[in-house]
Ligand binder design. Structure first.
Ligand code: HEM
Length: 482
């Protein structure tokens, strides 16, 4: 067959496949979704639309986020269908219900018996034994182990010296460079923190290889699950395999050497269930991957954004610096303690305000496990529910002038805690919440007492997907305070 004929056959196959997909999607919308909207029992889908066959409302969603107006997507629906807080849509190839008000978010997040883990391909790449993939009792047990390792007071006391050391070393390196790309720098810093606290590893060529695999894994995690050489998914799966092999080598080494390392891995290896059974190697490895993933980008983004926002709001930086200079005078060159972090009142306001405004996790995903009837609406089994965490954060009803960076708003006792959910909620709320706050607090201490910085392109556009970041990575001039 000549090249032309092959091209014609490929085009024909693609054409038929597309036609088939469109027909299926159309039949689905017409015969399943539409009748449900008009269900005689009175239980109807929440207001909204499943959009175009196959593509759903993806185009509209991407447009809002690309035009730097991510909240427009919810506002349009509120205008069209009212402010009930549940809207039918279809995104990422699945018919879905968006939950956007504090009450609706609470309902979805609290009912993990009705709404299960929602990323369809997540367990394949994360591993079936990871905390984000499992449900029920096993989920509870794993969360307890992870909490003890990461976020318990004992876990945090163990983590503090390593955090302190990572901040001092990295910030000094940034100042030596002078001109830095803050996105790259905070990512490297976070990887350093993770390697030190999770695996007791110090910077080395071996760790650099691990970081490379880690980045390959991160890039491919949201890619189309196409296992073909050259695709991001293919790279991610292979990076994941190599990471897993490295974790196995570390686990084996610890068992044979019997050295006590006092890090998160050690804590997970020491955990026992009521029958005295430890986690299996698969569980250990899958959960290390899950933890590294969960703790990497989110924390890096928050540190990056605190620097950007403080550079744009010098009066907030002065207040923050004042708080930390006061602590520094008291402790001198000693390491910070948990007690010291409790004195960081304004710091917590800066962190909360950054979490609210930046919305590192704008929405979550859940799968509907059974038909749910709620507030007169039907949420059908097999659909997806998307708790839209950023909606209340950017609603003037709960946070007046929501676009404004204003840490002082957290002084107001009337701030609605139910409207503020940067770490999710319910049974799957972030296990690393306290650790993330500790990490950012230690970072803000060292950076505010020892350094100054200036944005080289303060008006850079923001790329909101998958997480908000300046498109140029935030070039900055960074130096030690005289
Ligand atoms: C500012 C930083 C962080 C933010 C904004 C954040 C946000 C979140 C959110 C919204 C969830 C809920 C996901 C869902 O319900 O589907 C979550 C889950 C999780 N986070 Fe974080 N996170 C942060 C840092 C961390 C860190 C540092 C760690 C670990 C050291 C961590 C570990 C986890 C884990 C293990 C889960 C899964 C919990 C489960 O499925 O039961 N996170 N995080």
């Amino acid at each position: 067959m000549n090249v032309q004929a092959v091209a014609v056959v490929i085009a024909a196959v693609l054409g038929v496949a597309t036609l088939l997909a469109c027909t299926c999607s159309f039949l689905y919308s017409w015969f399943i979704v539409r009748p449900l909207k008009l269900h005689p029992s009175g239980q109807r889908l929440p207001p909204g639309s499943v959009g175009w066959p196959l593509f759903g409302e993806m185009r509209e969603f991407l447009q809002c986020f690309k035009n730097e107006k991510p909240d427009q997507f919810v506002k349009i629906r509120e205008k069209r269908y009212g402010t009930g807080g549940l809207y039918t849509t279809s995104m990422f190839g699945v018919p879905s219900i968006m939950a956007t008000t504090p009450d609706m978010l609470k309902f979805v997040l609290k009912r993990d018996d009705l709404f299960g883990p929602g990323w369809p391909s997540l367990s394949k790449i994360m591993g079936p034994a990871a905390v984000v993939s499992v449900t029920g009792e096993l989920h509870k047990t794993l969360r307890r182990y992870l909490f003890d390792a990461i976020a318990s007071p004992e876990g945090m006391v163990k983590a503090l010296p390593r955090l302190d050391e990572a901040m001092r070393t990295n910030l000094k390196e940034w100042a030596d460079q002078g001109n830095v790309n803050i996105r790259e720098c905070t990512r490297k810093l976070t990887f350093h923190v993770i390697a030190a606290n999770f695996l007791n590893l110090k910077p080395s060529p071996e760790l650099q290889l691990m970081e490379k695999d880690y980045i390959g894994f991160m890039i491919g995690i949201r890619a189309l699950p196409l296992y073909l050489p050259g695709t991001a998914h293919y790279t991610a799966v292979n990076c994941r395999r190599r990471l897993s092999a490295r974790f196995q080598a570390l686990i084996n080494h610890r068992r044979s050497s019997k050295e006590y390392q006092g890090d998160f891995l050690q804590s997970l290896m020491d955990a026992r269930d009521p029958d005295g059974l430890p986690l299996t190697d698969e569980q250990l490895k899958d959960n290390l991957v899950a933890l590294m993933l969960a703790g990497y980008e989110s924390s890096a983004y928050i540190m990056m954004w605190t620097l950007i926002l403080l550079a744009k709001h010098p009066q907030c930086l002065s207040k923050l610096r004042e708080e930390h200079v006061h602590i520094k005078r008291r402790i001198g060159e000693s390491q910070l303690t948990l007690e010291d972090t409790r004195d960081m009142i304004y710091t917590q306001m800066v962190i909360d305000e950054t979490l609210r405004l930046v919305n590192v996790a704008p929405m979550l995903f859940r799968t509907v496990l059974q038909d749910v009837d709620f507030n007169g609406y039907r949420i059908p089994k097999g659909w997806r529910v998307m708790p839209w965490l950023r909606a209340p954060h950017m609603d003037p009803q709960y946070f007046p002038q929501p676009e404004k960076f204003n840490p002082e708003r957290w002084n107001d006792k009337n701030v609605k805690s139910e409207a503020f959910r940067p770490f999710g909620g319910g049974a799957r709320t972030c296990v690393g919440n306290a650790f993330a706050r500790l990490q950012v607090s230690v970072f803000l201490h060292h950076v505010s007492v020892g350094y100054k910085w200036a944005l080289l392109n303060p008006d850079a556009k923001i790329d909101h997907l998958p997480h908000p970041k300046p498109v140029d990575g935030g070039p900055m001039f960074f130096s030690a305070l005289a």
